[in-house]
Design a binder for this molecule. Structure first.
Ligand code: CA2
Length: 152
């Protein structure tokens, strides 16, 4: 079967508040802006994006499982679940798709409990602390991995 020309974009709990609360930490771009930025980046490479944001872990797991059937990779900001969730990590490992982990803020410069990510070692791309622009970078790097771009 040929590689699907589709990515799954996953945003975890509370990221629906982007642009609405804590602009000093997370900036003024909204979740809709994030989804547009990722879609535009992917479209330039001939890929479409299916976006999911949920405050419910099971919804995220279901979306990740479904991606196994029709997506070539996953761009994910797991939010606070990065630091707590073995089940999210297991879901990502289970579908065996290339994963790009994004964090808007510089988690290493924040509280110690944010320094550990359960997702990090199942991801092939990591972009942290570059604001919402980091989603575009992560998408481009993930597409390099998927398409075998020699510059990756
Ligand atoms: O920096 C990131 O992208 C984080 O994944 C964001 C998470 C946080 O728990 C991680 O440590 C780092 C929090 C997402 C909550 O997003 C909000 C956005 C606006 C206002 C309030 C929360």
């Amino acid at each position: 079967m040929s590689t699907p020309r589709r990515l799954l974009l996953v945003n975890g709990p509370n990221l629906n508040l982007l642009g609405i609360r804590e602009p000093d930490v997370y900036g003024r771009d909204t979740l809709a802006d994030v989804e547009r930025i990722v879609s535009e980046t992917a479209a330039r490479r001939g890929f479409e994006v299916r976006a999911v944001q949920s405050n419910h872990e099971g919804v995220l797991l279901d979306a990740i499982h479904a991606a196994h059937d029709d997506c070539a990779g996953i761009v994910i900001n797991p939010g606070g679940l990065s630091h707590t969730s073995v089940v999210l990590r297991d879901a990502l490992a289970g579908v065996a798709l290339p994963v790009a982990e994004v964090h808007i803020s510089d988690v290493q410069a924040r509280e110690p409990f944010r320094h550990r990510s359960y997702i990090a070692d199942v991801a092939v791309v990591h972009v942290t602390g570059e604001g919402v622009a980091g989603y575009a970078k992560a998408t481009a790097l993930l597409l390099d991995v998927i398409t075998g771009n020699a510059d990756a």
